[in-house]
Design a protein around this ligand. Structure first.
Ligand code: ZN
Length: 484
């Protein structure tokens, strides 16, 4: 694509559902996937005369998220009513935070060392969900189980400069929230939702252009695709001499296009005012300190430590620390096995493939870190080859057992005995006379063919370095014999 005359400016708003037992203002369970309208009470149904009671566990988790994201906690924040009508919101307003959110600032680090600054994080309650059953004459149904679930909304500054950067931000944010244990971040269940806004401005200009908002982004790759699509659309509009309208667009993941939803209501249309039924939220410093004390090592620092402590490459460190559980698994293997690079390569390759095929977590893997360390030790001391180790791993994964025992059962021990390898070499030389002639005639490339033939004859078990040496010695001896 030709260089664009415009700079892209993106801002994101991410909602994360907090991992509490109950909802934010009532004792109903905060759970996904139950019978519709089975997790409701007068409070979350917005009956007249009820009063919300704040769930302090939700505040603790929100503070935990804010600290993990390096935000500043406001000692006193205020809940506010955000007034709007929608059938999934029986009260006619959502309790949120407006001009005094509990957290300001914060940032998410990107892999290249830069940071995406946050404007704020606030607490709010979720609304219900409308269902549109197919073939139901245009009827819609409402499920209010989600009404009152605790959310944090994380708002970035308009500082993201490309769809790819938006994607990396979301990956980094999700990692931090998972590490901190504040949300399960399950997008399919709506535990993590993202809205995006995008505008263009002439390169070098500082004033922001007119933005559009994108909704219905159901995966990180949908966010990236929708932003790419919208940047292209706005660029064409501006190059045609037209104006971009301030509007909300709905992304369609199937057609890969967005279409206008409704004209944007201005913020003041919500007629925010302080929630009269809740006192200001006071978070005292000792509570912040005790939450901070329980935060685990976060992905960024862990990545740096892995590179320093285990000498793994940046890419491997990024993969290994992409989840706290995988990082723990790696550290348990590394504690028992000295070749950290081999352990990293095996984990980021074979191990991760088996995990994703079985859709399981490292902590539930049928091959534990101890067994994997014993298996890799057999590779390191040249008892088996790496490809044999993968066969053994497959058996351990599916049937269990002890690595050395499986190696014997499958007869996978490498042939390192020189006498045995020499016998193999002699028979390969006998059976491949034309190729041997070519090699002796100066065609060095044929050596690889002969190694391959010998390896095949050994069933892949010949020790490659012993085999290589023996074969070369035998061929040179032959060459010498000719000259004599
Ligand atoms: Zn309730």
């Amino acid at each position: 694509m030709a260089e664009s005359p415009f700079d892209i400016v993106i801002g994101l708003e991410v909602h994360a559902r907090l991992l509490t037992e109950s909802k934010i203002f009532c004792p109903c369970a905060n759970r996904f996937g139950e019978e519709p309208n089975s997790l409701v009470c007068p409070v979350c149904l917005g009956m007249p005369g009820v009063l919300p009671v704040l769930n302090h566990r939700a505040v603790d988790l929100a503070v935990r998220a804010a600290l993990a994201l390096d935000g500043r906690i406001r000692p006193v924040s205020v809940f506010a009513r955000k007034n709007y009508f929608y059938p999934d919101l029986p009260k006619g307003y959502q309790i949120s935070q407006f001009d005094r959110p509990f957290c300001e600032g914060g940032a998410v680090p990107l892999p290249d060392g830069s940071k995406i600054e946050l404007i704020r994080i606030h607490l709010e309650e979720d609304a219900g969900k409308l269902l549109h059953p197919e073939g139901d004459d245009g009827h819609s149904l409402v499920d209010l189980n989600r009404c009152g679930d605790p959310l944090i909304e994380i708002v970035t500054a308009p500082v993201i400069t490309s769809p790819e950067e938006a994607y990396l931000f979301l990956v980094g944010l999700k990692e931090i929230l998972l590490y901190a244990g504040v949300s399960d971040c399950n997008m399919e269940e709506g535990s993590l939702r993202c809205d995006a806004n995008l505008s263009l401005r002439p390169r070098g200009e500082t004033k922001l252009g007119t933005k559009t908002e994108l909704k219905n982004l159901n995966s990180f790759s949908a966010v990236r695709a929708a932003l790419r699509w919208e940047a292209t659309r706005q660029e064409r509009t501006l190059l045609d001499g037209k104006k971009v309208n301030h509007e909300t667009l709905l992304w369609n993941a199937e057609t890969k296009e967005a279409s206008p939803m409704r004209t944007k209501e201005e913020a003041h249309d919500y007629r925010y005012f302080p929630e009269p039924d809740l006192p200001p939220l006071v978070i005292d410093p000792s509570r912040i300190d005790s939450i901070r004390a329980t935060l685990p090592e976060l992905p960024g620092p862990k990545r740096e430590r892995f590179m320093k402590e285990y000498g793994v490459r940046r890419y491997d460190a990024e993969v290994l620390t992409s989840s706290a559980e995988l990082a723990d698994y790696y550290e348990k293997v590394a504690a028992r096995f000295p070749d950290r690079a081999l352990a990293a390569a095996f984990l980021t390759g074979t191990f991760l493939r088996y995990l994703s095929e079985d859709d399981t977590a490292p902590g539930l893997a049928p091959v534990g870190p101890g067994a994997l360390a014993r298996l890799l030790s057999l590779v390191r001391d040249e008892t088996i080859s790496l490809s044999a180790a993968k066969k053994v791993f497959d058996v351990l994964w599916k049937e269990g057992g002890e690595p050395a025992e499986v190696v014997d059962r499958l007869a996978l021990r490498q042939i390192s005995d020189e006498g045995e390898v020499e016998k193999l070499v002699v028979s390969v030389i006998d059976e491949n006379a034309p190729q041997v002639e070519q090699f002796l005639g100066g065609k060095e490339k044929v050596f690889g063919f002969l190694v391959g033939a010998a390896m095949k004859k050994s069933g892949g078990r010949a020790n490659p370095s012993v085999l290589g040496e023996a074969l070369r010695a035998a061929l040179e001896k032959r060459r010498g014999g000719r000259r004599a």
